[in-house]
Design a protein around this ligand. Structure first.
Ligand code: CMP
Length: 396
């Protein structure tokens, strides 16, 4: 039972693109490749005068892609009980929940060609095949986790977004009515009815401006001018609302990420929740692959780092190397002594760091003397160790 479930958990992590390993990267690349082949085949099949051989090849490619998506759907269904939000449900209920969720329905839609084939339809008709384009492009969303963030932003900011949309409609209807009244005599076809005038207003307010309908009277042009300026304003407000929402959501997510990581750093363990929450608000998580230089000897120091997972090596000027693992910190000496970096520090394996910028470090050090003292003591110990190493008397 246990091995089966751990295998299922591993496959689940891999399929959901949460696996940062090489296997995860390869799976993501393969998935994108299959998707790309499928979409290209569908698009090419819509070209009317294609030779028969090419058509057959494309149909074959579409069939293979559809079967692969079918296999993927079945495996995803099997691993659904590993989804954390279905943790309380039984395996069957978890699968049912997943099957009727948005990703489940998108996965099922992508397998439609297989069901068509099983039901006896041939993927001959390019019109029918072109629909797969719509079904498959939705799968691309799985490669963009930021879409989930976008959904949360829209949900969080629904009140201001609704306000902007209402404002849009108010401006639209007022402008269309005014244009209808001012232009209908000179241009009965374009402005004779409110729906026609609304078309012009939508094209103008969204700053699209096809130019198919243009106001001719002075009054109509004045309405048009106000509408164009309003269009830019409304779009700018919408952009501002979404951009602020994104920034807030990202700050919230980062705050939660840091809370999860901070527990692994012993120097923070003794701090109370209030003090800790102050620090957490100032830390940023950064992920580094193996063999990346984080700080270089001689560079000015603008931040210090806490290792929440992974390992780094400190390359000392005397040629010595010190390895620092989970829970350790580095980069404090340049901040304390206001000197350039004393050594080069590079990752030896994939590493997640918590970064504290210099201005925040000085502020925290003045607020939380216990933390400042612990950092200073370690810096002092390192300095002495480096002096001893340089003078050829290694301590350990
Ligand atoms: P800084 O000088 O800002 O940048 C290089 C960092 O390497 C330094 O701060 C320390 O955090 C770290 N470092 C220097 N010497 C040692 C040592 N002997 N042991 C562990 N870390 C060290």
């Amino acid at each position: 039972m246990a091995p089966a479930s751990s295998l299922r958990a591993r496959i689940h992590a891999l399929l959901h693109f949460t696996e940062p390993s090489d296997a995860g990267r390869r799976w993501r690349a393969l998935h994108l490749l299959v998707l790309g082949v499928g979409l290209s085949a569908v698009m090419l099949l819509s070209i009317e005068d294609l030779p028969l051989d090419a058509r057959n090849g494309l149909r074959y490619a579409i069939g293979v892609v559809a079967v692969l998506f079918f296999v993927e759907y079945v495996v995803r269904l099997w691993t659904a009980p590993e989804t954390s939000r279905y943790g309380e449900s039984s395996a069957t209920m978890a699968r049912l929940h997943w099957a009727i969720s948005l990703p489940g329905l998108i996965g099922l839609l992508a397998t439609v060609p297989v069901f068509m084939w099983l039901a006896g339809y041939r993927i001959v008709d390019s019109d029918a095949a072109s629909v797969f384009c719509v079904l498959w492009i939705l799968k691309l969303g799985m490669h963009a986790p930021a879409l989930g963030t976008l959904a949360r932003v829209v949900s969080n900011e629904r009140a201001p977004i609704a306000g902007v949309i209402v404002l849009f409609f108010i401006v639209l209807v007022i402008a269309a009515t005014a244009a209808h009244l001012l232009e209908r005599v000179r241009q009965p076809e374009a402005f004779g009815s409110l729906p026609n005038a609304l078309w012009w207003a939508v094209v103008t307010l969204t700053t699209t401006g096809y130019g198919d309908v243009v106001p001719l009277t002075v009054g109509g042009r004045m309405v048009g001018s106000v509408l164009m300026i309003s269009g830019i304003t409304v779009l700018a407000i919408m952009t501002g609302v979404l951009a602020t929402g994104f920034a807030q959501e990202e700050r919230r997510r980062e705050y939660l990420r840091v809370w999860q990581q901070v527990a692994r750093v012993p120097i923070f363990a003794a701090l109370g929740v209030v003090t800790l929450s102050e620090i957490v608000g100032k830390l940023r998580t950064r992920y580094y692959p193996s063999r990346i230089v984080i700080v270089r000897r001689g560079d000015p120091g603008d931040s210090m780092f806490f290792i929440s997972s992974g390992e780094v090596e400190v390359r000392l000027p005397n040629g010595g190397v010190v390895r620092l693992g989970e829970g350790a910190f580095f980069g404090e000496m340049a901040l304390l002594e206001r000197q350039p970096r004393s050594a080069t520090v590079a990752t030896t394996k994939p590493t997640t760091l918590l970064v504290l910028y210099a201005s925040d470090f000085y502020e925290i050090a003045s607020h939380i003397p216990a933390l400042a003292e612990a950092v200073e003591n370690e810096a002092k110990r390192r300095r002495e160790e480096n002096v001893e190493r340089t003078s050829g008397e290694p301590k350990r």
